[in-house]
Design a protein around this ligand. Structure first.
Ligand code: ZOZ
Ligand code: NAD
Length: 708
């Protein structure tokens, strides 16, 4: 056997156990171990049937994703899983797979090759390969339609979502649910099956449908992919592979699957998505805050400010089962805040996301208050009052007075200095920034801002809590705008410059959405309110480099009260349904500014728009990385992917720059520097890596400890 796979016996039933923690991935050694176990079972006359089960918290969560990186970087050979699966399927004794936790990707493919499948009621199965830019590579596109039908297989292989065990039973993927002890229940089931036929999934053709019935399924699926998964080759390839299953014999279908799998595996999209998978997990690793750092139990949260952010954060907490005390200054503000929360929940109930009962329960967990009277019981306080240092200091001084020792005091500020806020308390080590993104109940990103005194326990607690409330937390240093907004400011400023040089707002936004961004920068400004960045620009203008180019049009729009969607016009005009049309005032302001400033007007290509927008993110990102405000390039990518609608298949701004090649990016930044002035000064790290052939992904500096 192998160390990763054990064979034992319960009477006349053999038990093959996979033990490859943490998720029983199909690393080298696992397929070999399964093959030897099957060979041993064939030879042992006392064995009548077999059970295949995962040790630990889950069945097999798929291929070992590290392997794919090894293969595409030429450092590792490939594992061929298909022959192993044929050996399971050809076994003369019934093999029953017992699924708990997850059976994903290659894990579900292993299960499909077994003769029978049972699962615990809380198990999940899925073909999530598209999330990594690939397709099932071990017969999944050929066996799944044979078990679940063509429509279900297409759905699962293109959307990549897991389904629950009960749905898997309904679809024909799982034969039976086992309540109680999974191993004992499966052994009993296997014994029932002993001596019975060993149905081979690859020979079950009844659900493969007819060309007439399948044609509309494939057409509709391709249409959906074109609309919803733009830029992704893998979902299309998955459909092609399933179509091959309906037209070719099993072996030929597998050959077609292998060809498509390879094409996807070596694509830039897949490499980017695999980077995204690991980067999202890497962010949890903070060099000086080890895994075993003690955490502070958080059983109750108090929130100061029931506005847009406070309300959203309250929903996030109660959704995770943590009761919330929600404070505002007067009854009207509190009522408004609660009404907004109620409205948000009601929308989710209407859309079928939550039940009315769920909503009622959650609302009961939010206790409104006008005083700090009950704050003494809170384990964590999150301040979300208006953005203003004087007010924040006042609130923190009060929190220091009323909160128990050991409570965490967090600020949701998006621009202010955490250390200055912390200094108003007698316990700066318990102060941290928790920068949620709007809408807080939807956006996955949480920037955790480390103050120069924030304790390791406080950081570890917030990282753990973030996972509990469904957020991806990224630890950042305390600089102006932290990481995300520090990069976003030059990005939206550059979009304004492009308009002032002759590109229309529609052209700027379209170039970026075509490239993959969820929204264009000018439409984003209109959505969030142009007054927000106007206020920030005014507040920090004194810190701008003297002589630096300043945008004009957006300030003028703001002076005219054109704040975007909320006022019916901004970069665009909006009708009652918030549909955007060009705003003629923008063209007039551009014309006026041209006459005054003499900026030459020209046609600007979509390629230049994308390069200027993305490279200014990269240039600022390089500074942040070198200065140590982000721990790794992957952390910056994770922020942009989860908070700013950056397309996953591009991997994030820093990964994308590595993919383009830093020399090429640097050369272009130098050209922009020459043409557009000091705001384009190349970041020293970009220059250095470009000259030495380095990559951001390989750069490591510090511990996100830098503070302003
Ligand atoms: O980790 C969650 C998850 O969803 N994992 C990915 C599942 C997936 O995408 N599976 C499909 C893989 S691709 C595939 O299988 C292709 C295929 O058809 C195979 C054909 C072979 C072809 C051969 C030809 C070359 C999961 C839901 C499982 C667990 O979530 P948790 O929140 O409980 O835990 P995480 O996500 O923090 O994970 C714990 C640690 O495990 C690592 N990990 C998870 N899945 C892995 C994996 N490492 C390698 N391969 C996987 N499939 C994860 O990185 C994390 O590690 P640490 O170091 O951060 O703790
Ligand atoms: P908001 O104006 O919607 O809400 C602020 C609330 O705080 C109001 O209800 C106000 O009555 C209340 N308040 C003011 N002083 C108070 C006090 N002393 N005690 C209790 N309540 C008080 O503001 P918002 O958009 O929710 O922003 C809150 C914080 O979150 C700000 O620091 C902001 O920079 C930050 N933030 C906002 C966004 C966003 O997009 N709105 C995103 C990230 C971070």
């Amino acid at each position: 056997m192998s160390e990763l796979v054990q064979l034992s016996k319960v009477g006349d039933v053999a038990v093959i156990t996979i033990n490859n923690p943490p998720v029983n991935a199909l690393s080298p050694g696992v397929p070999e171990g399964i093959e030897s176990a099957i060979a041993a079972i064939e030879k042992d006359p006392s064995v009548k049937a077999a059970v295949l089960i995962g040790g630990g918290r889950t069945f097999i969560a798929g291929a070992d994703i590290n392997m794919f990186v090894q293969i595409t970087s030429g450092k590792g050979g490939r594992i061929h899983l298909l022959p192993t699966l044929l050996k399971i399927e050809n076994c003369s004794k019934p093999v029953v797979v017992a699924i708990h936790g997850n059976a994903l990707g290659g894990g579900l493919e292993v299960a499909q090759a077994c003769h029978y499948r049972v699962a615990t009621p809380d198990a999940k199965v899925g073909q999530p390969e598209v999330n990594l830019g690939i397709i099932p590579g071990a017969g999944g596109t050929q066996r799944l339609p044979r078990l679940a039908g063509v429509a279900k297989a297409v759905e699962m292989c293109t959307n990549g979502k897991n389904i629950k065990a009960a749905e898997a039973v309904e679809a024909g993927i799982v034969d039976r649910l086992i309540e109680g002890d999974l191993l004992a229940g499966t052994v009993a089931f296997a014994r029932e099956m002993a001596g019975r036929p060993t149905p081979k999934t690859r020979e079950r053709n009844a659900k493969l449908g007819t060309p007439e019935a399948n044609a509309p399924i494939f057409a509709a699926a391709r249409d959906t992919v074109r609309k919803k998964q733009r830029g992704l080759p893998a979902p299309m390839a998955a459909i092609d592979a399933i179509e091959a299953a309906t037209k070719l014999p099993f072996e030929k279908g597998c050959e077609e699957e292998a060809r498509l799998f390879d094409k996807c595996l070596y694509s830039d999209e897949s490499k980017a998505l695999i980077h995204v998978f690991f980067a999202e997990r890497e962010v949890a690793k903070i060099p000086d805050v080890p895994k075993d750092t003690p955490v502070i139990p958080v059983n109750s949260v108090a929130i100061v400010g029931a506005g847009t952010m406070g309300g959203g954060i309250a929903m996030v907490c109660v959704n995770a089962g943590i009761p919330v005390l929600l404070k505002d200054t007067d009854q009207a503000a509190l009522d408004r805040g609660l009404a907004n929360i109620q409205k948000n929940y009601a929308t989710s109930v209407k859309r079928g996301r939550f039940t009315q009962e769920y909503m009622d329960e959650r609302m009961k967990m939010i206790k409104p208050t006008l005083s700090y009277g009950d704050f003494g019981g809170a384990d964590l306080v999150i301040e979300a009052v208006f953005e203003g240092m004087a007010l924040k200091k006042e609130v923190f001084a009060e929190l220091d007075r009323v909160c128990k020792r050991g409570a965490i005091l967090a600020s949701n500020t998006s621009t202010l200095n955490i250390d200055e806020i912390a200094a108003t308390t007698s316990r700066p080590e318990f102060v941290i920034g928790t920068h949620f993104f709007s809408p807080a109940n939807v956006m996955r990103l949480l920037e955790l801002v480390r103050g120069n005194k924030s304790s390791k326990e406080v950081i570890a607690t917030c990282m753990q809590l973030a996972k509990k409330i469904g957020k991806v937390a990224v630890l950042v240093g305390n600089c102006r705008g932290f990481v995300g907004n520090r990069m976003f400011l030059p990005y939206i400023r550059e979009a304004q410059f492009l308009v002032e040089e002759g590109a229309s707002p529609e052209a700027v936004d379209a170039a970026l959405t075509e490239w993959g961004m969820a929204m264009g920068p000018l439409a984003v400004g209109d959505l969030g309110g142009l007054d927000v960045s106007w206020r920030i620009r005014k507040e920090f203008r004194h810190l701008e480099k003297p002589g630096a180019r300043q945008p004009y049009v957006e300030d003028k729009l703001c002076e005219m009260g054109r704040f975007g969607q909320k006022t019916g016009s901004g970069w665009y005009k909006y009708d009652a349904e918030r549909r955007a049309t060009p705003n003629p005032e923008v063209a007039e302001l551009v014309k006026k500014w041209n006459a005054e400033s003499g900026i030459p007007q020209r046609q600007i290509s979509a390629q230049e728009i994308v390069e200027r927008e993305v490279y200014c993110l990269v240039n600022e990102g390089a500074r942040i990385l070198e200065e140590g405000y982000a721990l790794r390039a992957g952390d910056i990518d994770t922020i942009y992917l989860n908070g700013y609608g950056f397309p996953g298949f591009r991997g994030g701004p820093m990964w994308y720059a590595d993919t383009v090649g830093l020399k090429k990016v640097y050369d272009r930044v130098c050209e922009f520097h020459k043409l557009h002035g000091m705001l384009w000064e190349p970041a020293p790290l970009l220059k250095k890596l470009a000259e030495t052939g380095g990559k951001f992904a390989e750069f490591e500096r510090g511990a996100a400890q830098a503070t302003d």
